[in-house]
Design a protein around this ligand. Sequence first.
Ligand code: SF4
Length: 202
Amino acid sequence: MNKVPYSAEHDLSCIGSLDELKEMALACSRCGLRAECSNVVFGEGNPTARLMLIGEGPGAEEDRLGRPFAGKAGQLLDQILGAIGLERFEHTYIANVVKCRPPGNRAPRPEEARQCLPWLYRQIELLSPSLIVLLGGTALQNLVDPHAKITKARGQWLHSKSGIKIIPTYHPAALLRDPGKKRPVWEDFQKVRDEYISIVNG
Ligand code: SF4
C-alpha cells in the first residue's frame, strides 16, 4: 500500500495548465453524476501550495456553491488547519475524488470514480504538491488501495512514485458524526504540520 497509480486512463497529459484543465472538467459529463448535480466542483486553493487535501466528493452545499468543503465539514477542516498554523487558501489546495455530487451524499461508485480520477491525477501533476492528505476512506481506497481501511492506514506516511508524501486520516464529516475521532485526526495533522515545516524550511 505504498504506491499511488498516477497513470491517467484518459490521457490528459497535453493539458498544460490548471485553468485549461478546469475549463475542460467543468464541461465533463463522463459519468451519470453530472446529470443530477448543479455544479462540477473542480477544486480550489493556492496552486503553488506544497500541501494538497483530497476528500470524497461534493455535498449539497458544495454542489450549490461549486466549491469544495464549503459546508460544516469544511468549517471544521478550516479549524483543524488553523490549529496547525495553516490557512486553507494560502497554504493548501483542496479537491475531491469525484467532482460532481453523488445523490444523497452516498460514496461515489467505483465506475464513477474511475471516470473522474483522470481529472484529479492531472490536477495533482500540475499542482505538484509535496504532501497530500487523504481525507477519509474513499480517497484512500481510490488513490492507494481499494482494500485499505482508513482505521488502520490513518496516520501513516505513504510515498507516491513521484515522491509525494501522502498521509490518510479521517474525513472531517466523520468527526462531526463521531467526536471520538478528533484525537487521532489531531495527531495526524500534527504529523502534517511537522512535515510541512520541514519541507518549507528546506
Ligand atoms: S463526476 Fe467527474 S467524471 Fe463524472 S461527470 Fe462529474 S466531472 Fe465528469
